[in-house]
Write a protein that binds this ligand. Structure first.
Ligand SMILES: NC(=O)c1ccc[n+]([C@@H]2O[C@H](COP(=O)([O-])OP(=O)(O)OC[C@H]3O[C@@H](n4cnc5c(N)ncnc54)[C@H](OP(=O)(O)O)[C@@H]3O)[C@@H](O)[C@H]2O)c1
Length: 329
């Protein structure tokens, strides 16, 4: 397998995937609309086909032009898109769909492939664009993959939890990096032990390649950091990467409420732990980057970018009020 078609490929996960494929000697073609700058435009190893994945003919033409061995679908948000793709790419050696940890429909620790129940998806949800139906749509995409595999198509899926790292346009981690860079005392909601499993983006990229190369048709593979860190540990790992010390101040619901805040106002806080088992993927030979190294690269990229996570900021004034309330206790 050495000829890859990446649907997407210029923004976040797909961009890292292209780099990983190049490092592993693949010929790569990216297929996208051209709305985002192409970071590989000067790289002769990367071909670009302009097209919209919702245009079946454009996708079919890309298939005939590239004749890929492996197809990586970074931009399937609706089950109908997955159904079209498995049909068009029915004879490739590997079709890998990016699903999501949000596809799981119940809370349990850890969430395991083939064991933990997936979200249901109504016909209405399957075609809408709302955030609320994201998990159901991703789960239905997984079921399309499973059904395709039962017809002999080499389709597989990967399920990343929250992805972080260089070029992360969501700026979720950037909020916390920005706080560590700019303040000595930081409010962390709850007692700091809250866990929302995260996946370093280069590891998601390598997971997609490993699944294409070693995975089994009809299987889904969770992706997440092998070592999980709590929210407070994450702040400490960021501080180590920055080379500074910060004082983490825990604030419970009552102290936050006195300042008009709630724990959910803090990005990457989640009440119930979200943990994906990564054993199945590790059994294919996949490894994850140590968390401190992943954070070092994330902080470096943050410093070189203009990302500050301010869209997630609960408000430093409100935070200062929480700190002064806690100081008086
Ligand atoms: N980020 C996370 O935390 C996370 C977690 C779990 C799962 N996922 C899944 O991972 C996948 C990739 O996420 P991402 O955040 O890396 O995506 P992304 O950066 O938004 O990917 C966008 C890429 O796809 C292209 N694209 C978008 N719409 C297209 C269309 N209609 N036709 C052709 N190309 C199109 C974009 O280029 P153009 O705009 O130029 O077309 C760009 O190259 C998604 O399926 C997402 O659900 C993400």
């Amino acid at each position: 397998m050495d000829n890859a078609l990446v649907i997407g490929g210029t923004r976040f996960i797909g961009r890292h995937l292209v780099s990983d494929l190049l490092d592993n000697d693949y010929d790569v073609t990216i297929f996208n609309r051209g709305n985002h700058d192409n970071p590989f435009s000067d790289d002769p190893r990367v071909q670009h086909i302009q097209g919209d994945r919702t245009d079946d003919e454009a996708l079919r033409t890309a298939k005939l032009t590239v004749e890929p061995d492996a197809v990586f679908d970074c931009v399937a948000y609706k089950p109908g898109e997955v159904a079209t793709a498995v049909d068009i790419f029915a004879d490739v050696d590997a079709y890998v769909y990016i699903s999501s940890g949000a596809a799981y429909g119940v809370e349990e620790v850890p969430k395991r492939e083939g064991v933990t129940t997936l979200c249901e998806c109504t016909d209405e949800q399957a075609t809408d664009d709302s955030h609320d139906s994201y998990g159901p749509r991703k789960a239905e995409g997984d079921r399309v993959v499973f059904e395709a595999a039962s017809r002999g198509i080499n389709a597989m899926s990967v399920r990343p939890c929250i992805v972080y790292g260089p070029h992360d346009y969501t700026e979720r981690l950037d909020y916390w990096i920005d706080r560590v860079l700019n303040y000595d005392r930081i409010v962390v909601p709850g007692d700091g032990t809250n866990i929302w499993h995260r996946a370093y983006v280069e590891d998601v990229a390598s997971a997609m390649r490993v699944v294409a190369e070693e995975g089994e048709a009809g299987e889904a593979y969770n992706v997440g950091d092998r070592r999980l860190v709590t929210l407070e540990e994450m702040v400490d790992v960021i501080a180590d990467a920055v080379g500074t010390d910060v004082e983490v101040v825990h604030a419970g619901e009552r102290e936050l409420a006195a300042s008009g805040l709630s724990p959910d106002d803090f990005i990457l806080y989640r009440d119930y732990p979200h943990v994906l088992s990564t054993e199945k993927l590790a059994r294919l030979g996949w490894e994850s980057t140590p968390v401190d190294e992943a954070m070092r690269r994330s902080v470096e990229s943050h410093r070189e970018s203009d990302r500050d996570g301010s869209e997630h900021d609960p408000g430093r004034d409100a935070e200062e009020r929480v700190l002064s309330i806690l100081d008086t206790l």
